[in-house]
Design a protein around this ligand. Structure first.
Ligand SMILES: *Cc1c(COP(=O)(O)O)cnc(C)c1O
Ligand SMILES: [Zn+2]
Length: 409
């Protein structure tokens, strides 16, 4: 059981007691995204290095005392979490890093980091006896919701923008979701979902609004820290769309400091595509976010109007980190090099983190002696169209050994 002290609104700073499960600030409505505040003193009694060393549950529920929703019986869920952390074997030297780690989130059950959030939404909806969950998504939030909900027997209605890659769309349909393709931007899909949720009273899995989802996402940081034996890297690099993932990463490291398990938070590098970079623009201009174009192949981070700007900006600032934009061209290059030199196949939004780390090293944001962990947020098989752009061409021959000798040499 998690021990929650209460909630604090990220807009008006109102505080609420933790007895009820809240989703938004009662005063501010939909804009009032809440931060969940834990009772770390109490949590310390159940969560420790020793506890984790002996814990046989390798799913995210091994951290359940730090997750705001009670999962109940755990075997009703898909297995989310315990994704591998690799120390790079070639990429570090190739790119000039002292030490580079790759957290491969594409190995979650529906193949992205979003499973960490969706499973918490599903647990909450299950506890509330909701029979339908709704969300809008560029793809992964939706496909992971559909999969995790299917496992526990809850219906899903999903609003997606027209550009959703076919891999993600097929996942949705296979998982039995009702899929509504909105002919417009991600923002149009988002607005439609909000209207539908209001009208039919469905459970809302829109990550930025629902504070419990960041609590699921933060388990990626808990897992990473544990796999590094609590010796944290200097930098953690995360691609950013709505901003919930990077906010979650921060929260995970923050929790560990509060519990006295670690003593610092790694610097966070938020990465966006230069075709859609409202956070980077706001950081450079030192202003609040302005709507941006959605013009990138990295569909998972193509979010012109991010829904979690406060938490995300705060996370990067408090960590002493930075923001960077990279070109789609460099994202595709990073995708290929990550696959061919380490065997990790990630979608464009996942490869953006590597492209961002490389660029940050080049311009001196990351120093050569610093250690870095990139998060490969989603599996490359979700978007084979862009993968083929990055991959190059196969060799075509007639079935003739002499032809083969010519091309193999
Ligand atoms: C959702 C997503 C992101 C970004 O997460 P936000 O919470 O939207 O910032 C990055 N990569 C992948 C693969 C994603 O699905
Ligand atoms: Zn408020």
């Amino acid at each position: 059981m998690a021990h929650i002290k209460g909630y604090e609104c990220t807009i008006c700073n109102s505080q609420y007691e933790g007895n009820d499960i809240l989703h938004t600030c009662p005063k501010c409505g939909q804009k009032g995204i809440l931060e969940i505040i834990y009772d770390y003193k109490k949590i310390k009694q159940s969560l420790s290095k020793a506890y984790l060393a002996n814990c046989m549950d390798y799913s995210i529920w091994r951290y359940s005392s730090l997750i705001s929703i009670d999962p109940g019986r755990r075997n009703k869920y898909l297995h989310v979490g315990s994704t591998p952390l690799y120390k790079a074997r070639r990429l570090d030297e190739m790119m000039g890093f002292k030490k580079l780690y790759i957290k491969d989130e594409g190995l979650n059950p529906t193949a992205s980091l979003k499973d960490r959030a969706s499973i918490v939404a599903v647990a909450d909806a299950y506890n509330l006896k909701a029979n339908t969950i709704c969300c809008s998504s560029t793809g992964n939030a939706a496909s992971s919701l559909a999969g995790n909900a299917a496992r526990v027997g809850i219906n899903t209605v999903i609003f997606v923008p027209k550009r959703a890659p076919i891999g993600k769309l097929s996942q949705l349909l296979i998982f039995g979701a009702k899929v509504v393709v909105v002919k417009g931007s991600y923002n149009d899909a988002f607005e439609m979902s909000q209207k539908a949720i209001e009208k039919w009273g469905w459970y809302n899995r829109n990550a930025a609004i629902n504070p419990h989802l960041v609590e699921g996402k933060k388990t990626v940081a808990l897992s990473m820290a544990e796999q590094m034996n609590w010796n944290l890297p200097d930098w953690v690099v995360v691609s950013v769309g709505d901003g919930c993932t990077i906010a979650g990463v921060y929260k995970g490291f923050y929790d560990l400091v509060q519990l006295g398990i670690t003593d610092r938070i790694p610097k966070l590098l938020g990465v966006q595509s230069d075709g859609c970079c409202p956070f980077v623009n706001a950081y450079i201009k030192n202003k609040s976010l302005e709507p941006a174009e959605e013009n990138t192949i990295a569909d998972s981070i193509s979010v012109g109007i991010p829904r979690n700007p406060v938490k995300a900006m705060r996370a990067v600032k408090n960590s002493g980190g930075s923001w960077i934009a990279v070109s789609d061209h460099n994202i595709l290059k990073a995708m290929k090099v990550l696959g061919s030199s380490e065997g990790v196949f990630t979608e464009p939004a996942g490869a953006a983190s590597l492209a961002g780390a490389e660029e940050a090293l080049k311009i001196g944001i990351i120093k050569a002696e610093e250690t870095v962990c990139i998060i490969a947020t989603g599996n490359g098989l979700k978007d084979t169209k862009n993968a083929m752009e990055a991959a190059g061409k196969p060799i075509y021959i007639e079935p003739d050994i002499n032809e083969l000798i010519k091309v193999i040499g």
